[in-house]
Design a protein around this ligand. Sequence first.
Ligand code: SF4
Ligand code: SF4
Length: 481
Amino acid sequence: MEPKSETPLPPLYARWVEQVLGTSVPAETRATCLDCVMCASSVASDAAVFERFVPPVKCCTYVPQIWNFLVGHALGADRTGASHGPQQLRAQIRDRIGATPVAISPSRRSVSGYRAVTRVEGFGTSADLVCPYSDPMTGGCGVWQARNSVCSTWFCRHIRGAVGFRFWNVVRDFLAAVERELADWCVVKLGLSGSAVDELYGPDGEVRYLGAGDLRGCVEPDGVIERDFYRALWANWYGKEEEFYLASADMTGSLSWGDVRGIGGPKLAMAERRLIEAHASYNSNAIPERLVRAQIRDTPGPDGALFVQCDEAPYDPQLMEADLRTALDRFDGRPRQEVVVEIGGLGGPALADETLRALYEAGLLIAVDGKDIPPMSRSIGPVQPDDRLSFFRGFQGQNVSLVQGLDEGGLETVTLQCHPNRVCFDDPHLFEFARKLVSFQNGFTAKEALDWGPTGRPYTWEKVSELFQALLEGGMLQRLP
Ligand code: SF4
Ligand code: SF4
């Protein structure tokens, strides 16, 4: 008998996750979606201090990719034919908006709009990007039972704080791997003709994403697929798109996890192992031996109150006493008991394991991940030609990215990002320097950068050392031992 589920996952996903774990996954009751805790109408201790989400936007400031079998599940569950989400999906099929045999996808415009909105922190408040499947009458999700991996696993607040955030991220990645494998499997099993498959997938078998502009035919920025290209994409299923999606749902609806793993092979076996390990970590109460303070934002509240927020729980501010906040700065990667004794000796608060566990679960203290160097262990002083440098990833494996854009005057810029650090270059002579930094993000010797300049225009040591010094002092780079 399968375990009785309390999971917030859609039924199909809950079944597979529970079959992997042998138990139900936790409900996230602090994310009160029926009366959104992030919206102004909700009662929350921090409501007067932080910007609230706006109904009906909420966290649905995002257009999801609805994979073929999920589209089928949503359509198949719509018994009246009048539910908002399925109606929206049918309209997209009818109007050729983002509908391919792989998925109904967000348009290029919504993908870039999402990036722009979230860059200026409009998440939860910008009505421009509210999900098309969000029901304007109820404010609820119109495809709730067929949400994708991202929608199913995103919660603004977690019962176990950052520990829950990390667990759900692994569940998301697990389900995303399942989605990709099953969507492809449906395409093959339903006998889509070879010419259409060649349009939908590259020679390496990777799907071409409509929202990324990867498809080789004409797709408007708003996702409308030009008629002849649409016909080519659907080939032998053209005119029978709904049937295709419904058949995808039929084929996947009865699969057990063993069936799914058999379809996905080694990729899903790896995803399964990660999920099992993440669940074990989620259930553990262990506190890491060495702790370091996370990147924290302090926000003053009324009457001298102080709220702190960290990257892994940005929508879950914690009210904190000033002396505890000061004590957090002492955690720099040394053994935690050494730091606790030091804080006590300085007249700070006594930190029992229970308090340390709470701070760790809140994401305010994090484990040293072994790749980044705690600040107290780094050598200081002017950068030298033989210094080994790398990006500092905040002890959390943050990705390094490079974004090309335009400044307010319309001039080209290149921005390096490694959350929470961000550096914008507006001197075209340094664009190549920024690109090379990304190429060598995991480690390089400072003097190597002398050869990073555009052809015929090498950088001088004076310029290179000045740049590295600034990046070291700003925290984007770290000096390796
Ligand atoms: S998960 Fe989204 S809808 Fe649910 S409570 Fe949080 S912000 Fe509101
Ligand atoms: S599919 Fe549902 S949960 Fe996901 S963004 Fe849209 S309305 Fe929100």
